[in-house]
Design a protein. Sequence first.
Length: 72
Amino acid sequence: MQQKHEFSVGDRVELVRAPVNVERGPYKITGLMPEGRDGEPQYRIKGEGNGPERVVTQAEIASRPKSSVFDS
């Protein structure tokens, strides 16, 4: 069963957990990716600065942060 993407390009989010030496957020969603084999929506995200883009599943996203370095 496929799920709908809950977040949109440009949304600011934090991760539920992150690997060692990786910030939990905030990240900005830069692209919507096709669902994985299990039907889980995926997103391309990018942190502040020149960090690399990464792909995460919807389950890895905790929430939208209250304030963000991207706010202007």
